[in-house]
Write a protein that binds this ligand. Structure first.
Ligand SMILES: Nc1ncnc2c1ncn2[C@@H]1O[C@H](COP(=O)(O)OP(=O)(O)OP(=O)(O)O)[C@@H](O)[C@H]1O
Ligand SMILES: [Mg+2]
Length: 260
């Protein structure tokens, strides 16, 4: 398999002007991401997962190191982002939200609307095209956010805890939907979550981060057939392993800070 993204020794220090504080968020991240893989990031709160996604997306600069994304022949946008809070435009309908990116890129109207209709089909939002975000449930809003990110046809989709604010039932439905959409679109997904069960259900590989400054503690391949079930034997064993690793990391960082 070809790699689509290569991270080399990515470091990041945040400087907080007001308090003159320096926060070392990332301490040297190197890894390769395969074309079409579903990669999941897990790690203690504050270990730099969101920071790393922002760097991959080009929204923040790395302090050191390089991000190398393979260019597609047509020069399309390389990354698209889906956040935990629904970053939709409240004054635009579902359809208008989805066509926003293509509109900015001056894609002809007919073409962007045909494409948007396909995406509405893909994320199962048929019949809701003309609703405003506040007229939708949380789960539906995340479907719109996903369709909007896909409308830019990015090679890599970045997800920052996209299901975290949804109820358990909706989350379960959308987890299965995400796997289906990933399989249908054959995109590369990089997905941050605190849900270790979610990591086991979704990932081809799970990247475990250390406590801040975030480093890669271990990359765990998930060799379990899909569709997965959280009660399956392999799934339960992996979940226990990941829980133990995170617990160890959180305890280590609390000790280092003298909090235990
Ligand atoms: N814009 C910023 N300015 C200053 N410090 C920041 C900024 N963004 C993040 N940080 C700091 O960098 C560190 C890593 O933050 P980040 O949000 O990347 O962690 P995270 O792993 O996503 O955490 P969580 O799991 O809680 O979302 C934290 O100590 C945070 O306070
Ligand atoms: Mg975060």
């Amino acid at each position: 398999m070809a790699s689509i993204l290569r991270l080399k020794d990515i470091g990041k220090v945040w400087h907080i002007e007001r308090t003159k504080e320096q926060v070392v968020a990332l301490g040297g991240i190197s890894m390769e991401v395969e074309q079409g893989e579903f990669l999941v990031f897990v790690g203690p709160s504050g270990c730099g997962k969101s920071t790393l996604l922002q760097i991959i997306a080009g929204l923040e600069e790395a302090g050191s190191g390089t991000v190398d994304i393979s260019r597609s022949a047509d020069g399309q946008k390389q990354t698209g982002m889906v956040f935990q809070e629904f970053a939709l435009f409240p004054w635009r309908t579902v359809l208008e939200n989805i066509v926003f990116g293509p509109e900015v890129r001056s894609v002809p109207r007919a073409q962007r609307e045909v494409n948007a209709q396909k995406l509405i089909e893909l994320v199962h939002l048929r019949g809701f095209e003309h609703r405003y975000p506040h007229e939708l449930s949380g789960g539906m809003r995340q479907r719109v956010a996903l369709a909007r990110a896909l409308a830019n046809d990015p090679a890599i989709l970045l997800f920052d805890e996209p299901l975290a604010s949804l109820d358990a039932q909706t989350r379960k439905v959308l987890q299965a939907e995400l796997v289906r959409i990933w399989q249908e679109t054959k995109r590369t997904f990089i997905y941050v979550t605190h849900g270790l069960d979610e990591a086991v259900l979704l990932g081809d590989r799970v990247v475990l981060f250390t406590a801040r400054p975030g480093r890669i503690k271990e990359i765990v391949p998930v060799r379990l057939p899909r569709p997965r079930s959280i009660t399956g034997r392999g799934e339960v064993e992996l979940l226990e392993y990941l829980s133990e690793q995170i617990r160890e990391e959180v305890e280590r960082s609390l000790k280092a800070e003298g909090l235990t």
